[in-house]
Design a protein around this ligand. Structure first.
Ligand code: GRE
Ligand code: ZN
Length: 323
C-alpha cells in the first residue's frame, strides 16, 4: 500500500544521544542504531520510499526525557528535543511530522511545553516513554494516574491531541522477576508488561471518566490489553472499591487507539479489530528498532478488507493527527 503514515518512528540528535536506552547491544551495534536514529535524508527516506511510507511521525527514542531525575534538567532537555525535531520536520514537511517530548517530572512545565509544541511547533501530539524518574533518592517512578498529573491531563484534553504511552523498562527495583533472564527485558517482554500495567493504572484511576475526550495511543497492538479485558472486568466488577463509570473494554474502545508497531501477527490484528474496530488501529514501523520490511510487507498483504487497510495504513492517522 502506498501513502502509508507510520506513527512510531524514532529519532535522536548527537546532543541527545545520552538519553537513548541501549537494551543490551554491543557498542558497535548501538552506534549503528544511533546513526540510523540521526539520519533524516539518506537511508531513512529510501526505506520509507521502498515500503510505501509517505509520512513518518517522529518521536525521541526511549527512555528519552523520562530517564532524567532532575525536573529542571528534564524540562530543559524536552525543549531542546522539541526544537531539534521541529527543525527536522521543517526541512521535510512532506515526509515528517512530530510528537513532542514532555518532562512529567514537572507536570506544570510538561503542560506548558505540550502547549508550545502543539501551538508553536505544529506537533501532532505528545509521546512519553513510560513512568518518569523521581528526583528523590527513593528510586521510585512517577506513574501518571497520580493526582499531581491532573493539570497535565486537563491540558492534553484541552489541546485535543493524542498522548502516546511508549514503553520503557521497569524500575530497577521492580526487575527481580527477570533476574538471570536479561533476554526478557526490553522489547521482548518487559516493555509490554510495564506499559500495559501503566495504561491500566490510568484506566482504573478513573482518569477517562474525568476527561472523557482524552485520547491515548498504545503501540504493539495495545500491549496485550485488548485480550485481557474480559478477565479484568469480571474481577473488577466484584470489588466494592471500584466505582468506574466505564470499565476497561469500553474505555479502550472509546479513548484508546493502538498501532501495529513490532507486532505483525495476523490473528492478533484480527482480534484487535474485533475488539476496537478498524477506526482505532494505525500503522507503525518502529524504525530503526524494528526492520521496516517486516512490518510493511506483512501489513501490505495481511488478509483484511481493503477499506480497513486504507484506514489503518493512512486514514485513521490522518484524521486523528490532523495531517
Ligand atoms: C523501541 O522504541 O522499540 C526502543 C527504543 C529504545 C531502545 C530499544 C527499543 O525506543 O526497542
Ligand atoms: Zn518504539
Amino acid at each position: 500500500m502506498d501513502g502509508k503514515i507510520a506513527i512510531e518512528e524514532h529519532f535522536v540528535t548527537p546532543e541527545l544521544e545520552d538519553l537513548v536506552l541501549n537494551p543490551g547491544w554491543s557498542p558497535e551495534a548501538f552506534r549503528a542504531v544511533l546513526d540510523r536514529l540521526e539520519d533524516f535524508e539518506g537511508e531513512r527516506l529510501r526505506i520509507m520510499d521502498r515500503h510505501g511510507i509517505e509520512t513518518a511521525v517522529l518521536s525521541l527514542a526511549s527512555d528519552g526525557i523520562q530517564g532524567i531525575a532532575e525536573p529542571a534538567e528534564a524540562s530543559a532537555r524536552s525543549r531542546q528535543a522539541n526544537d531539534a525535531l521541529a527543525s527536522i520536520v521543517a526541512a521535510r514537511p512532506d515526509r515528517f511530522a512530530g510528537f513532542a517530548a514532555v518532562a512529567l517530572q514537572d507536570p506544570a512545565a510538561a503542560a506548558a511545553e505540550a502547549e508550545r509544541a502543539v501551538h508553536e511547533l505544529g506537533f501532532r501530539g505528545v509521546l512519553v516513554n513510560g513512568y518518569s524518574n523521581a528526583a528523590d533518592p527513593s528510586g521510585a517512578g512517577l506513574y501518571y494516574d497520580d493526582e499531581r498529573f491532573l493539570p497535565f491531563w486537563e491540558a492534553i484534553e484541552r489541546l485535543r491531541v493524542p498522548f502516546c504511552l511508549h514503553p520503557r523498562n521497569p524500575l530497577e527495583s521492580q526487575r527481580a522477576i527477570y533476574d538471570g533472564r536479561p533476554e526478557l527485558l526490553g522489547p521482548t517482554w518487559a516493555f509490554g508488561v510495564e506499559t500495559a500495567s501503566h495504561a491500566l493504572r490510568l484506566i482504573v484511576s478513573g482518569l477517562f471518566d474525568r476527561f472523557p475526550s482524552l485520547t491515548v495511543i498504545l503501540g504493539h497492538l495495545g500491549e496485550g490489553l485488548p485480550f485481557a479485558t474480559n478477565r479484568l472486568e469480571q474481577r473488577l466488577r466484584r470489588r466494592a472499591d471500584v466505582t468506574l463509570e466505564r470499565l476497561p473494554a469500553q474505555v479502550l474502545r472509546e479513548n484508546f487507539h493502538v498501532s501495529v508497531s513490532g507486532n505483525y501477527h495476523t490473528a492478533s490484528l484480527i482480534g484487535v479489530l474485533l475488539e476496537l474496530g478498524a477506526d482505532r488501529v494505525m500503522f507503525a514501523a518502529d524504525h530503526p528498532f524494528e526492520d521496516v520490511a517486516d512490518g510493511a510487507d506483512w501489513f501490505d498483504s495481511v488478509p483484511i478488507a481493503e477499506a480497513d487497510r486504507e484506514k489503518i495504513g493512512r486514514l485513521n492517522a490522518q484524521r486523528l493527527l490532523r495531517l
